[in-house]
Design a protein around this ligand. Structure first.
Ligand code: PAF
Length: 281
């Protein structure tokens, strides 16, 4: 497995792949890899001749310094997990390599989809995500890029970024991988103890509760009950919204498709999750 640390190495590698006519799949990560990431790499490996995984804890997307400091970093373990894949390269840039001073960047206007929910609760977060993903797409120029649906709103922002900067990359949203109790896999789960992992499953339970109410109970009541369930489990709810999957505008009534997005804090760790509901009206 090759590992690269400089932009020059990536550019050279990319030119070789282009000359060979090989398709490139890209999985951007911030490391502390878990089964969710590995499922993205697995899918990328099936659909492309070569796969590149980036590992970079992007300081620009953290709005709280302590969150950035405490973000798990475990490069050796990550590389070990990736070794089982064939035709894979790993990009491990430093901050100065990721953001060289001479690298041009015109921020795109974050429209409504980037301003609601995560956008409102984590000022600057999506601006930071857009900045790093822009540079990664620009450098790697993959054919396809893979993102987890757990970060539903991030995926919407990435699709917008891809269109805005005209990268022409196929953006693939991959299914959320869950722990046995339903908790969505996340690098942040490493910071939860056993009891907190059980407590955090209240988020998934609330998502499942709403699923059962779709088309039956008034939407506001379903939301209210689910919010109470999360708070009664001892979590601090930041938001629970049921929104249109395309516009992310709040649904005032059940529609044929809607997504419930939740952010809640468990034992000081901020977790997000979502579920898409279809209903026959
Ligand atoms: O989802 C993540 O891990 C990050 O936001 C990403 C896309 C790798 C950008 O830093």
């Amino acid at each position: 497995m090759q590992t690269f640390v400089t932009r020059e190495e990536i550019t050279h590698w990319r030119q070789q792949k282009l000359a060979l006519g090989q398709s490139v799949g890209f999985v951007p990560t911030m490391g502390a890899l878990h089964k969710g990431h590995l499922s993205l790499v697995e899918q990328a490996s099936k659909e492309n001749e070569v796969v590149i995984v980036s590992i970079f804890v992007n300081p620009k997307q953290f709005n709280i310094d302590a969150d950035l400091d405490q973000y798990p970093r475990m490069i050796e373990a990550d590389l070990k997990l990736l070794k089982k894949f064939d035709h894979i390269v790993v990009f491990l840039p430093s901050e100065s390599e990721m953001y060289p001073e001479n690298q041009p960047f015109e921020p795109m206007p974050l429209e409504r989809i980037g301003q609601l929910m995560e956008g409102a609760h984590r000022p600057g977060h999506f601006e930071g995500v857009v900045h790093v993903v822009h540079h990664l797409f620009d450098l790697i120029a993959p054919n396809k890029a893979y993102f987890g649906q757990k970060d539903f709103q991030q995926l919407a922002v990435i699709r917008q970024l891809n269109a805005y900067y005209q990268f022409g990359i196929e953006i693939i949203g991959c299914q959320t991988i869950r722990e046995a109790n339903g908790l969505a896999m996340s690098s942040r789960n490493l910071r939860l103890n056993e009891a907190q992992r059980e407590q955090a499953a209240a988020i998934y339970k609330a998502l499942c509760y709403i699923k059962k109410q779709v088309g039956h109970m008034p939407i506001e009541l379903a939301k209210k009950n689910a919010m109470e369930q999360i708070e009664n489990a001892g979590l601090k709810l930041e938001y629970l919204e049921i929104v249109d999957p395309l516009t992310l505008d709040a649904c005032i009534d059940w529609q044929s498709l809607q997504v419930c997005c939740i952010a809640a804090v468990c034992g000081g760790i901020r977790l997000i999750d979502n579920m898409l509901y279809e209903s026959v009206l």
